[in-house]
Write a protein that binds this ligand. Sequence first.
Ligand SMILES: NC(=O)c1ccc[n+]([C@@H]2O[C@H](COP(=O)([O-])OP(=O)(O)OC[C@H]3O[C@@H](n4cnc5c(N)ncnc54)[C@H](O)[C@@H]3O)[C@@H](O)[C@H]2O)c1
Ligand SMILES: O=C(O)C[C@H](O)C(=O)O
Length: 328
Amino acid sequence: MKVAIVGASGGIGQPLSLLMKLDPLVTELSLYDVRSAPGVAQDLSHISTNSVCQGFEKEEIAKALQGAHVVIVPAGVPRKPGMTRDDLFKINASIVKGIVTSMGQYAPQARLLIISNPVNSTVPIAVETLKSMGKLQPGNVMGVTTLDCVRAETFLAEYLGRDKSECNKDVSVIGGHSGNTIVPVLLNSTLREKLKPYYQEFVHRVQFGGDEVVKAKAGAGSATLSMAFAGYRFANSILRSLSGEKVSGVPTFVYLSGINGGPEVKSKLGNVEYFSLPVFLSNGTVSKVDLSILSSLSSQEKELVKDSVRQLASNIEKGKKFALGAKL
Ligand SMILES: NC(=O)c1ccc[n+]([C@@H]2O[C@H](COP(=O)([O-])OP(=O)(O)OC[C@H]3O[C@@H](n4cnc5c(N)ncnc54)[C@H](O)[C@@H]3O)[C@@H](O)[C@H]2O)c1
Ligand SMILES: O=C(O)C[C@H](O)C(=O)O
């Protein structure tokens, strides 16, 4: 399978490209960036895994994207201390719109995995851009929220002294990808009791884990290595699904109304158009959103969901308006 990474020379792009080069499901790895991608690709091409790796830059995006099954987008600027993800909108909205327009032209069939922030707005930008080109397949557009899951698993394991590799069965994360829009959900009621003394702290760390990294990097960017791990984990789910495996339970930020919106979503989440929920994948595409997680929320989690839905509405609207031509 051909995987293209757009923004491949960056802090996330390089380690993510390395992990994709190691994945036996990838036969062709295509790296694009406005700068330096041919060098990164040359370096990776000496690794003795069977995939072919090529790099493209500047005006070569068509060659990079053509025939891609999966396009992963970590292009754009990262935060500095004191900034919110929404502060990145001014620069990243145009970058994402440009890349998605190229994708609509050269790889409209590809699964699009968006890492660029603010995810709560960049995914609506991608959906509206493809819609306006007549190229939208709603299940193909996915915002990557896996880092929130990875953090929730890590922090939960640390609070409870459990095995980190087992914690993906204990916790999931739904909602959006910024501050209070991020909602960790415990999947096992006995864990709720055990976590009680640390619950507020746990929720805060999951919601603001990105800020911990931005602060520690002190102006040198945001999470890159943990994001590359998370991006790889999510992309690998898509590749496994594309190769015929049944994959489900993987959360991603999607265009609900385009997939299985309708009365059940409305009764549980109101009118919110986008939300991260565990999904069912079929042939690498979101075939259905799994709403069952919303039926067993604790009262605290229900409150967190209400807050998330409230805040997401303006992030989504901002992305939609921009895609439809509003000035920045
Ligand atoms: N979804 C998440 O969980 C998550 C996690 C971490 C970071 N991020 C976001 O990912 C983005 C990238 O972060 P980073 O640390 O890798 O930044 P970075 O600055 O290190 O890398 C970004 C790369 O994008 C490239 N780029 C810029 N415009 C481009 C374009 N039009 N086409 C192709 N490439 C382009 C740059 O040249 C650079 O190499 C940021 O917006 C950041 O906020 C998201
Ligand atoms: O915090 C950021 O700006 C980057 C990313 O969204 C994260 O969660 O680490």
